[in-house]
Design a protein. Structure first.
Length: 428
């Protein structure tokens, strides 16, 4: 072979070798490796960009799947939010789910992380129409069927077993369900005709009847009319029907609102919530929306969560100070938030983790509005964090972020409270 031909062959070999060797995308571990940017939870660098909802955009040197995109711009517009104790999930317009936060028992539908501040898709689940979260459990409705995952040792998954599962699994043979609600360790579902079924922990009769302390399959709740709304929280569940309210479960702090602290074996009508359009249990208190958009609450009040200007426990409902035109209420463990018809959100009760959205102090009555960038159209809340959905399909959360429950891609490493933060999901 002539020298020139040999050189050409060698050059071709080098070029061919270069075409076969692929350079792996850069993966960061610290913010310092990103220069004036920051290292995201997925190992890619991002850089400040005020045109993005979360104010950060991926650089071009990382994973090609996200290069140049706004951080979190992967879900499509959000149409619903639901929080568990220390995690939260969002439903995209197309019915897919995205979850973030604490994950010790698989409530994020993952078994590879203990927690994550970056929303990730729930696999093998589409067409979701309703969802909710419990302590470490999540449930969703798709096609009228109920699917649950996460903690299950108290029967929370309703699949006939008492074991955790990190992947969605059907709950019994429930069909035609339109609403799902979770308390701390129990769940209830309502069908289109107003029939309610509950399962899970039953130590406080939160499934609606005496019996075994654990109910591993859905059980019909007797003694209530056809339900128009359903809610669960702590160890309580409630329904409304034709302006009347019924509740069942734990009553050690008067959270059933029936005027005493006595245990109830079965559902009881709450006269003090007459005229209610919705009743919402929290950790140890319960609130209802009454005529004219007024709000009344009952139960524990050591942090001012009843909003009556005191810290006195109230076994009978008392009206929240200064609220009218309220269309939605959510109850945290020791705090409460309400949204009015104009989309303004106000919170009261415990505020030490920033869960009131306006600082780190308690408030015994509603105060300044949560500083959202626009009117809220929906709320959800966990133990010490809350989230709002705004009309542009953006999600915003505030409060405790030590387990990534704000979904902003950063887990708080100190007790510092970061204020209202954007969840790293797409907007419209």
């Amino acid at each position: 072979m002539r020298a020139r031909d040999a050189s050409l062959v060698a050059l071709a070999a080098v070029l061919a070798l270069g075409a076969c060797v692929k350079t792996s995308p850069f993966v960061c571990a610290t913010d310092e490796q990103c220069g004036d940017g920051r290292c995201e939870a997925d190992g890619a660098c991002s850089f400040a960009d005020p045109t993005c909802h979360g104010a950060w955009r991926y650089g071009d040197d990382g994973d090609p799947a996200v290069a140049g995109r706004c951080v979190g711009d992967v879900s499509g517009p959000i149409s619903a939010l639901a929080a568990g104790s220390d995690h939260a999930c969002a439903r995209a317009d197309d019915g897919r789910l995205w979850c973030w936060g604490d994950n010790p028992r698989g409530g994020l539908a993952r078994d590879d992380v203990a927690r994550t501040a970056l929303p990730t898709a729930v696999p093998d689940l589409a067409g979701v129409t309703d969802l909710d979260g419990g302590e470490y459990t999540t449930c969703a409705i798709a096609g009228g069927a109920v699917t649950c995952w996460g903690q299950g040792d108290s029967g929370e998954l309703g699949d006939g077993e008492a074991a955790d599962r990190a992947h969605p699994r059907s709950v019994g043979d429930l069909a035609g369900m339109v609403e799902i609600e979770l308390g701390e360790h129990h769940a209830c579902a309502r069908d289109g005709s107003g029939v309610v079924w509950c399962w899970g922990s039953n130590g406080d009769r939160e499934t609606g009847a005496p019996g075994a302390p654990t109910v591993v399959r859905p059980r019909l709740v007797d003694g209530i009319p056809a339900a128009e709304t359903l809610a669960a929280g702590g160890q309580v569940a409630c329904i409304t029907a034709a302006g009347h309210a019924w509740c069942w479960g734990k009553n050690v702090n008067g959270q059933l609102g029936v005027g005493d602290l006595d245990e109830r074996q079965r559902p009881v009508e709450v006269v003090g919530f007459a005229g209610a359009s919705a009743v919402v249990p929290g950790g140890e208190h319960t609130c209802a929306i009454l005529a004219g958009g007024r709000v009344a609450c009952a139960g524990a009040n050591s942090r001012g969560q009843l909003g009556d200007g005191t810290t006195t426990r109230r076994p009978a409902p008392v009206e929240v100070v200064g609220l009218t035109d309220v269309v939605e209420v959510v109850a945290l463990d020791w705090s409460t938030c309400a949204r009015d018809g104009a989309g303004v959100v106000r919170c009261w009760g415990a505020g030490d983790r920033g869960q009131l959205g306006v600082g780190e102090v308690d408030a015994t009555a509603p105060g300044a509005p949560v500083p959202l960038p626009g009117p809220a159209i929906a709320l959800t809340a966990g133990e010490t964090h809350a989230c709002a959905l705004t009309a542009d399909g953006c999600a915003w959360c505030w409060g405790d972020d030590r387990k990534g429950q704000l979904g902003d891609g950063r887990i708080a490493t100190t007790d510092a409270v970061g204020g209202v933060r954007p969840v790293l999901l797409s907007c419209r």
